[in-house]
Every structure is written in structure tokens, then in C-alpha cells.
Design a protein around this ligand. Sequence first.
Ligand code: ADP
Length: 512
Amino acid sequence: MDAIQEKLKIIAPATGERLGEIPATSVNEVDSFYHRSKTAFKQWSNLTMSERGKYLLRLKDIIVEQMEDIAKTIAADTGKVVTEALVADIMPTLDSIDHIIKHGEKILQRQRVKTPLLLIGKKSFIEYMPRGVVLVISPWNYPFQLAMVPMLSALASGYAVILKPSEVTPLVGKCMEGLFAEAGFPMGVVQVAHGGKEVGEAFTNGKPDYIFFTGSVRTGKIIQQVASKHLIPTTLELGGKDPMIVFADAHLERAAKGAVWAAFTNSGQVCMSAERLYVEKSIYPKFLSLLKKEILNLKQGNNEDDDVGSMTFPAQIEILRDQLEDALSKGARLETGLMPEKWNNGMFLPLIVVTNVNHDMKLIQEESFGPILPVIPFESEDEVISLANDTVYGLNASVWSNDPVKARRVSSRLVSGAVVINDAIISIAHHGLPFGGAKQSGIGRYHGDAGLRIFCHEKAIVEDIGRKKSEIHWYPYQGKYPLFLQLFKSYFQANRNWIIFSKIYLRILKKN
Ligand code: ADP
């Protein structure tokens, strides 16, 4: 590590104010981190779920108590408005604790499974066993929620956790570290490694037992390559280019308000934000004017009553500029906002609606992660489904219609980890539902039952009472082959013949 990387500078994106520095974790500390985690895992995994739950509840109380300070810290570090920090970072984290406490024990306890008749006399179970240490690598857009929820799920499952939060939002990383310390988690159960890509790389190479990564497709692929060298299981939560489909029979005012929120919340820096808006041709002009009207009502800034905050990561602005310039050069039309050369309000970007766009443009094919909403008219259900699916991503989608049969039919045909009907994004706030992507949006799921079980290795247990001297499939085989033929024919034929089956079974048994 060079001298510059030893400290992470904290600059508030909305104001440019320097908020301080945080010492970065040295890559030389990787081994000692893992050593502490492995030692802590032994004790932590031995606790019962309800004992681990007590620590989670203590953490929850502390978060509730400090809710306002945490929201302000998130807002300062990201540039998002404080309301979004509260609603979209803190609330889902608290709710995930409630969900884990309420359902965790049942989800992770030994499950009894029906035993097939051919294994007569035995009992079958599935057990969920934590593997050891999970490395959580988290991003900057929802720096609290997207670190906390996987951490809490892994902790509940019995893992020790090392978190590597995004270097873009180090203040939130530090804040989370402090919260776990205050909650009194046993030494080494939760450790936070601060730093950038190099620190992430070093910890990925440190051979954790599981990697939970949220971030870009590019980095996800790198992490998957490293993980594959050591066969480390991973969950990858990556990007999205989510379609929003508005049919003519939708509640148009609601859909327009929904579109504006889904496109511009968190300044569009959301993997599940509406990044492509498809509007049925017959209502296209009307819908466009409703959209514009809604946008006029929005206030940008970083005060309590503002709606849209600033961008978080400066490099993101250049990506947006490039995508928009490409679209404009190919004939796209700006309906709201400013041309890229007029973007001069620091980290605050104009709220942009673009029309006359097509699927050959970067703006439609690449993730934007910013306040840009391209709008495309469509004529038929088949056409819009094929347009919506014409992407390498598949994270979330929304369908807006007053016809539930049509909306469900369309949802079922979208290649997407989640679909929301007549609303957008909010499936992530439901901890009972699995969350994750299709195609390049990721591998694996969390939230829901899967969110606790993914971390564990699933162990199949078959139990025999052990009183019989032998089993029919054991040695000796002499004389059994023709009997097995008859046994399996009687068992698997269209009309199972129980009488023959039982007779043959007993004859095989006698051969033992
Ligand atoms: P984003 O565009 O959201 O910043 P990244 O994928 O670059 O997405 O970063 C997400 C997280 O991954 C951050 O915590 C970052 O430090 C970390 N990271 C970036 N590159 C690597 C890498 N090669 N190995 C491990 N972690 C990395």
C-alpha cells in the first residue's frame, strides 16, 4: 500500500466539505483478520439461534436509538437526502432484524423430509451448517442496507463476518463498525476492513469460506474468478437496467409519479431503478407531459425537505455524460434537464428525460446509475416483452396496468429476479421474498428463507435405527440380481404392484 492509500478521505459529495479521514486497513493485516474471525467463529457458531438473536436485538435497539444520527451520517457520506437514508437504508435494515428474529430459527432448524419407500425404515433430515467466515464486500449507493442485511443474515446463520465497505462512503463503514462494537458482539465476530479495491482484493484472496459481493458486474466477475480458484461459494448482487412498462389502462397519474420516483430516487444510483420506460403508444404524449409535470415538482438539494440529492461518486457523472452524448449524437431528444455541456452544478445533475431513443444506444444497453430516464413507445404486449428482455441484465422490472391478468401474464414472461406490479423497486423491502438477479445481474439470492440458508452448507442426513443385521442392497449379491429386477419393475411400473413388491422384498431380505 502506498502512503496515499493509508487514509481514506471523506468528502461530502453534496457540499464538497471535507469531513475527515479514516485509516485504511493494511493488506498486511489480512491474515490476522482471518485468524481472529476463525477463532470467533468456533464460539459464535456454537451459540443457539436465539442466543445470537439477542446480539441482533441489541444492535437493533442501538440503531433505533441513534436513527437520526445514522441517517445524517449516511446522507453526508453519499449526498442522498436524509429521508432516503432513513427510508431506504435504515428501515430495511431494522426490518431485516425483525424478520430474522421472527423466522430465523424455523428456517435454519433441522428440517424433517419424507423418506422414499425404497429406503424403508429410515428417517431423513436436512441440516444447515455455517461454513466459517463470510467476506461481505459492499457498495456505496445504499452503503448501510447493502452491507448490513447480508451481514445480519450471515451472523444469524452462525458465521463470523469481515466487512469491506466501499471506500467511496467510508464514514458509513466506520459508523457500522461502531454500532457492532456498541452492541457488544463477541471479539472477532464482526470485523471491518476499510479501504479500496486493493483491500477488497487482498481479503478476497485471503480465502474466506463465503463471499457476498454487491457492486458492479465488472468487479463481480473478477471476484468470481478469484473465488473459483479456491471453490469459494459466492453470492453476487450486480447491476440492472430495469424496464418499467406502462400500459394504456394503467392509472396514469400514479404511473407517472411512480416513474419519476423509480428513476430519480437516490439520484438514480440504484441497481433496481427504472432505467428504461416503455409507454403504450396511445397514451405516449399524454404520459410524457405527466412525467414532465411531476419532475417540475421535485426539489434538488441536501436539506430535510429536498427530494433528490446529489450524485455520490464523481466518476459516475462521466459514464452518464458519455451515454447521453452517444444517444444525442444518434438522434435522441432531451425532454427535461440540460445538455451535458451545461452540467455545471457540481455533484447535482439535472433530472433528465430523453426520447427518440433505441436499443442500439449505450443509454439503453448499459447501466446508467444516474438521474436519466429514456422513454420508448410500444404498440403490443409481445413487442414490449421482447424489448424489456433485450438486455444482458435482469434484476427488477415493473408492469403498470389496471388489468391484473395482463399484468401477471407480462410479469411471468420477463426475465427478471423480481417484478413489481403497479409499483417499482419495493420488492427489496420485503424480507420474506428472495432478492437477486437473472443473467448478468448476479448469482444467488438473499432475503427470504434463501437469505439465511445460502450461507450455510446444506447437509443431508439419513438416519437408521441400526437394529437390523443387514440391508438388502448390501453384500452378498448372490441370487439378488433377478429379484431386484422384479422388485424395481413392480415398483416403477405404471400401476405399482404392492403385493409383488412386498413378496420380492422379503425374498431379497432372506438372502442376507
Ligand atoms: P461500484 O461501481 O459500485 O463502486 P465496484 O464493483 O467497483 O462497484 O465496488 C464495489 C465494492 O467492491 C467496493 O467495496 C470496492 O472497494 C470493492 N472492489 C472493487 N474492486 C475489487 C476487487 N478487485 N476485489 C475485491 N473488491 C473490490
